[in-house]
Structures are given as C-alpha cells and as structure tokens.
Design a binder for this molecule. Structure first.
Ligand SMILES: [Zn+2]
Ligand SMILES: [Zn+2]
Length: 182
C-alpha cells in the first residue's frame, strides 16, 4: 500500500489556512517527508535542519508507522499542526512553541473547516505492539489494523449499507500482513 503523497495536502493547507505563505515559487519553503519506520513516539515533528536545500532550512516529518493506517483526517490534522509551527518560525519569525499565536491559529483553523481538528497534542494511539494484520473490505476497500484475524468478520459499513445491517459473506474481510513494524 503506497503512502499518501503529502505535497498536495501541504499546498492545499498552505493556501486555505496560511495565505499561501508556506509556499514560494510553487515549492514548499521547507522540507516535507514521511519518516522511516522508526518515528513512533510522535505522529509528526517540525524542526530546523542543518542541511540546506535551496531555501529550505527546516522540515516537517510525519510518522509513517503511526499515521499510515489512520484516515486522511489524522494526516491532515498532524500536518496542519506542524505547519502552524513552521509558519510561526519561518514566516512570523517567532519562537513560541504551543503559545498564544499557535493556539489562536489552531482555533481559527478548527472553526473554519470540518474535515479535521488540530490539537495541541497529537492524540493518536501509539500501539506497543504494531498490528500484525490489515483487514480489508473487498467491496468498499476500507482498511483497519488487527492484532489477530477474526474469522468470519464482515465489513460493518457495507453490511449496513447493502444488507440492512445483517452479516453477509460478500463483505467478509480479507487479511494481509501489516507492513507496520517492518
Ligand atoms: Zn506541536
Ligand atoms: Zn466495506
């Protein structure tokens, strides 16, 4: 399963919530990437880097192991949180962490759209044991992490939508080994 590309989400969030200020000559003013499998303690981070690529002197890194199995809104929320840090640091040239500017911007973003909510702490589960299996619905394609395979489990959403909420074998989940933890 390929990871979602971050660049289009970054451009949209920059336009919608930061007046385009995090993009210069149609490129982000900082680096943007998924982590390798090791970033497990936090869903995302913003940091100054010593490496300089063009005018990029900072980067946002999102945790592949923590976010890859979560819905898009979790990625948007984490990316947007880190973009507020980047905006305060690189655009406003302030040094404040989760201070009043951060909170004010977070509240404006949360009030002006419904797709995701930014929070001060990333509130995503940090599983001790990464899920062993990924359950996939063959009909709607929804994916969910599982520690063990549940025989005969069917997609609840599809049973509700297509079969009055009753179990049907057409919606049996299939299991593939999760890449999480590799
Ligand atoms: Zn933060
Ligand atoms: Zn389904």
């Amino acid at each position: 399963m390929p990871l979602i590309p971050l660049l289009p989400i970054f451009h949209r969030l920059s336009r919608e919530h930061f007046g385009g200020s995090l993009v210069k000559e149609s490129k982000p003013i900082l680096g943007l990437r998924w982590s390798d499998g090791r970033l497990r303690k936090t869903a995302g981070l913003y940091r100054r880097t010593s490496r300089v690529f063009g005018n990029q002197r900072a980067e946002i890194v999102l945790s592949k192991p923590l976010l890859e199995l979560l819905p898009l809104s979790a990625i948007e929320s984490t990316l947007c949180h880190e973009m507020i840090h980047a905006w305060i640091d690189l655009v406003l040239n302030k040094d404040e962490g989760h201070g009043p500017t951060f909170r004010a911007q977070m509240e404006v973003i949360n009030a002006t759209q419904q797709n995701f909510q930014v929070s001060i702490r990333h509130k995503f589960p940090t599983p001790k044991n990464p899920p062993k299996w990924l359950a996939i619905c063959p009909i709607c394609g929804i994916q969910a992490p599982y520690q063990r395979r549940v025989p005969q489990a069917a997609c609840k959403k599809c049973c509700n939508k297509h079969n009055d909420g009753k179990w049907h074998e057409s919606f049996l989940l299939t299991y593939v080994p999760s890449r999480c933890g590799v």
